[in-house]
Structures are given as C-alpha cells and as structure tokens.
Design a protein around this ligand. Sequence first.
Ligand SMILES: Nc1ncnc2c1ncn2[C@@H]1O[C@H](COP(=O)(O)OP(=O)(O)OP(=O)(O)O)[C@@H](O)[C@H]1O
Ligand SMILES: [Mg+2]
Length: 269
Amino acid sequence: MSKLVVKNVTLNYVNESKSWTKALENLNFSVDKGEFLSIIGPSGCGKSTILNLFTGLLSASEGEILLDGKKISGTGLDRGVVFQHYSLFPWMSAKKNISFALRQSFPAKSKKELAAVAEEYLAKMGLKGFEDKFPAELSGGMQQRVAIAKALAMDTELILMDEPFGAVDSKTRVVLQDQLLKMWDSGSERKTVVFITHDIDEAIFLSDRIIVMSSGPGRVKREIPVSFARPRDRFSFTKETGYAHLRNEIVNLFYDDLADKIGGEEVVL
Ligand SMILES: Nc1ncnc2c1ncn2[C@@H]1O[C@H](COP(=O)(O)OP(=O)(O)OP(=O)(O)O)[C@@H](O)[C@H]1O
Ligand SMILES: [Mg+2]
C-alpha cells in the first residue's frame, strides 16, 4: 500500500520580479508504507523541493501529492521532518527544543514525561550530557543530531529527512546510519522514510529503493530496488553478490553528465 503518491507534479518557483524557475516537471513516483526510500541527484535537481512538498510547506503548481490517499493541503503533526539546514530554536536548550515539539504531538503527557522522552532520544543520538546546551553551544553535527532526535521522538509514521548527515563527520555518520536503521527496524511496524542524500554508499546501505533524479527541472531518471537482506552489516554487506554491479549502475547514472564531459567513458569511483 502506498504511503505517498506523487502524481504528475510540476513545481514552479515564482520570484518577486515574476520570473520563475521550473524546479520539478511532471514527477511521478510513490512510496510504500514501511519503505525506506532514498532520493539522490545533482545539486539543484529539486530534492529539497520534493521534501517541502511532502511537508506541506509548498504546494504543487500542477498535479497532486497524496498522503494515505488524501491530498496534502498543509503541514501536519503526522510527519517528522529533518531539514537540510539546522532547524532548532536558538533560545531553547537541546532538551527543550525536543520537548516543545513533543508537546504539540502529545498534549496529554506531563512535562516530566516529555522531558524523559527527550532525554531518551538525545541519548540514542549520543548526546547524553548535552541536554541543557543551547544550539549555539553545539557543533553543527551535534545540532543536526538534536534535530534528528526531535523528528524520531515524535514517533510519526512518516519521516522526511533532507541530507540529515551532510554536516556530520564520517565516523559519526556511520554511527548515526546504524542508529537510524536500528530505530526504523525496531517497534511493531516500520516507519516510512524518505531520505535525501548525495552519498551513494549511504543510499545503498539504508534503502529498500533508490530514486535517481536528473538535473533540473527534476525528473525521475531511474528507480532502483535494493533488495539485500536486513539487518545489514556494513562490513560484510559490500561483499554481497550484486553489490558492486548495483553501485556501479548508480555511479554511472549519477555522473553521466560528467561522463559526457570527459568523453563518454564509463565512470568508476
Ligand atoms: N525559494 C526558491 N525560489 C526560487 N527558486 C528556488 C527556490 N528554492 C529552490 N529554488 C530553485 O529550484 C531548484 C531546485 O532546488 P532544490 O533546493 O530543491 O534543489 P536540491 O536538489 O535540494 O539541491 P541541493 O542538493 O543543493 O540541496 C534550483 O534550481 C533552485 O535554484
Ligand atoms: Mg537540497
């Protein structure tokens, strides 16, 4: 069953001087319930635009987007979001940022209960001891981890993540990928995740399916299923039959504009 359906969506940004940019053109794809879907594509191809359509912050110029069969008409507490740029209130501590967001989703819970949930998720993101720090006192990567903890603590069925690990160092990134998969895989039902990344290996390791987009205006270039068994072990995983072939296919789709420039050679990275 589809959690999200994108139907013939075109998105034009119009600026003050009335000139416009076509960011997405006739986009069609769907996301299954419980699926982990990654979207990769060159900078400016419209990935964040898609995410903002899912959050309801933008609406399509043409076409429609259905969430659980209903047209998205605005933002909602049924979607946990991690934006590309840190999105924390600077005047609230890490813990307060999370419990404040939780209060909207769980109005019946006491302050103490909400604080306990916030602490639990901060600890899961490796931020024990940093609960009372303000965003300005945290590194960029740490701020992003607070934002991820906030999105996961909301316990929504749908999680939307825009390059959540882009600003995190490579060692922490590996830990956070594992942590994210662990949380996605725990509980009685898997959540639906739409995950935007530039990192091909990250996309393969995490996803059930990868959508590769073409440069703007963004269209789906190819949808690639990633059917390796779960749970995935990052050390043995890359030795699975078919891994190298799959990776190579995505590298070539991702860099084919570059391949044109360097003489149409196959790209091996
Ligand atoms: N608010 C805006 N007003 C006008 N044009 C915009 C606006 N936001 C994005 N665009 C344009 O729309 C296109 C898609 O932008 P978007 O941010 O979705 O790309 P992206 O794939 O997320 O890129 P990146 O990988 O660099 O984050 C780009 O050409 C961008 O310049
Ligand atoms: Mg973006």
